[in-house]
Design a protein around this ligand. Structure first.
Ligand code: NAD
Ligand code: LMR
Length: 330
């Protein structure tokens, strides 16, 4: 057996974590040979509920679960963490946009960025799930000057999986037969799900669908899927979000499949003329624990316009949280 790795999860008594922790402990994140220690963070009012979650984890007797710690102190929860999944934060309710959460949630990520900086393993990989995820990742990374920005990402895999599933349904094929979906930009209603490069059973998917379906159905449906789930369920997506968090972190850590890529919000290096420093979703491949933005894709005018709209929204969100990143910039 390999030595255990430390996985910190915040918001550990919340809805997403209730679907996430058991899968991590079962080996779905890092594989069936890798023992894990779960380091769980909650706020004081949720510590009793977290105690119940821990009881259930214990009662599963997972062979790969090598230990559990709980804390309401971010420094303790992130101590020597190899992976950190930052879930803990408020979800939106009906009628809200994810950006409306910035005021409530942004401050959480400045403090947790500092705690990661001071306590996590130097090679830690951080996945931000809490909304608005891209700008929260920006805040966390900006408050962790000793870590590289490439150690932070925000979750876009749910959007990527949604887009893949939706296209497969339209074409009447299995979603495993779709490759090279791309979702650009912000995890918000401005995101741009892009099928320009997608392959369906190896053939160009774009040639198989009408422009009207793409513009009037597919793009808005993916942009609004989170709101549609909230409307139907009365609560924001949880099991699908947990599955996407596992998919994104697993592929980042262990590598993307050959001949495919994933969508992941990472610190822009200026690729595709997107402002450097924004946490923007690009198609990426991963190997050896690193991601690489896919280069040199042809971008149509149609795509370019949509990529700019979502970039502008991220610039506006960054302006709105200036106060939370001054700590390291001054
Ligand atoms: P939830 O309310 O069920 O759980 C959130 C948990 O976080 C609660 O237990 C709460 O006590 C805890 N928490 C709050 N502040 C904290 C802090 N400072 N430190 C540690 N824990 C803290 O919410 P949920 O349904 O699990 O959703 C969590 C977040 O994930 C929300 O912001 C939601 O919008 C977001 N989300 C993102 C995506 C995505 O694709 N990026 C998908 C689904 C949900
Ligand atoms: C989602 O996309 O399902 C989540 O971000 C929750 C939300 O607020 O839409």
């Amino acid at each position: 057996m390999q030595a255990p790795v430390r996985i910190a999860v915040t918001g550990a008594a919340g809805n997403i974590s209730y679907a996430l922790l058991f899968r991590i402990a079962a080996g779905d994140l890092l594989g069936g040979e890798q023992p894990v220690i779960l380091q769980l963070l909650e706020i004081p009012p949720a510590m009793e509920a977290l105690r119940g979650v821990v009881m259930e984890l214990e009662d599963c007797a997972f062979p790969l679960l090598a230990g559990i710690t709980t804390s309401d102190d971010a420094g303790a929860a992130f101590a020597d963490a190899d992976y950190a999944l930052l879930v803990g934060s408020k979800p939106r309710g009906p009628g809200m946009e994810r950006g409306d959460l910035l005021k409530d949630n942004g401050a959480i990520f400045s403090g947790q960025g500092r705690a990661l900086n001071d306590h996590a393993a130097r090679s830690v990989k951080v996945l931000v799930v809490g909304n608005p995820a891209n700008t929260n990742a920006f805040i966390a990374a900006a408050n962790a000057p000793d870590l590289d920005r490439s150690q932070f990402s925000a979750m876009m895999r749910l959007d990527h999986n949604r887009a893949t599933a939706h296209l497969a349904q339209k074409l009447g094929i299995h979603h495993a037969d779709i490759r090279k979906m791309a979702v650009w930009g912000n995890h918000s209603a401005t995101q741009y799900p892009d099928i320009s490069h997608a392959l369906a059973k190896g053939e160009r998917a774009r040639d198989m669908v009408e422009s009207q379906w793409l513009e009037e159905h597919f793009i808005p449906a993916i942009q609004q899927r989170g709101a549609a789930v909230i409307k139907a369920r009365g609560a924001s997506s949880a099991a699908s979000a947990a599955a996407a968090a596992i998919d994104q972190m697993r592929d980042w850590a262990l590598g993307t499949p050959p001949d495919d890529w994933i969508s992941m919000a990472v610190c822009s290096d200026g690729s595709y003329d997107i402002e450097p420093g924004l946490f923007y979703s690009f198609p990426v491949t991963c190997d050896g624990g690193r991601y690489h933005i896919v280069r040199d894709l042809d971008i149509s005018d149609f795509s370019r316009r949509r990529m700019r709209i979502t970039e502008r929204e991220l610039q506006e969100e960054r302006e709105a949280v200036k106060g939370l990143v001054q700590v390291v910039q001054s």
